[in-house]
Design a protein around this ligand. Structure first.
Ligand code: FE2
Length: 149
């Protein structure tokens, strides 16, 4: 995974080949498309499916202060996520790096990418995630397949 400045991504006229970070950013900018889905749940980190087709799924997530994923990868999926509001902290386990991600920043991932995402700040955060072909999460501890991140 690496940071993706918007002006370094090639554009495509074929939807299936549009970079997932561009998809995440476009959906993030289209608030009427997802604002009605947004919830904040103090008991469990909130996630809602915004759209899906044969190529990808787009998910909206909210993060109250202290909410976090397990350490996980996304199996064979590739994708990207964009911070819509707030600040998230991403720890990339296989690289040993920790990044603070604020609104407008995006990250991409592929097979073998292991991370943990947390809201360590005082304010709620919102993010949009693109998964190709589907959202899958495997915790590092038990390799169980689930839907947590
Ligand atoms: Fe993840």
């Amino acid at each position: 995974m690496f940071a993706v400045p918007a002006n370094t991504i090639a554009h495509s006229s074929v939807p299936a080949t549009v970079h997932p970070a561009l998809i995440a950013r476009a959906v993030a900018a289209d608030r009427p498309r997802w604002a009605h889905l947004l919830r904040y749940d103090p008991d469990v980190r909130f996630a809602a499916l915004v759209s899906s087709d044969e190529h990808q799924e787009v998910w909206l997530m909210s993060w109250l202060p202290g909410q976090e994923t397990d350490r996980h990868d996304h199996g064979d999926a590739t994708g990207a996520f964009t911070i819509v509001s707030g600040t998230l902290t991403e720890h990339v386990l296989h690289r040993g790096t920790t990044l603070s991600l604020s609104a407008g920043q995006s990250r991409v991932f592929g097979p073998g990418y292991v991370h943990q995402v947390r809201n360590l700040g005082p304010d709620p955060a919102v993010s949009l995630h693109v998964y190709r072909a589907a959202r899958t999460m495997r915790t590092i501890e038990d390799r169980a397949v689930g839907l947590a991140g």
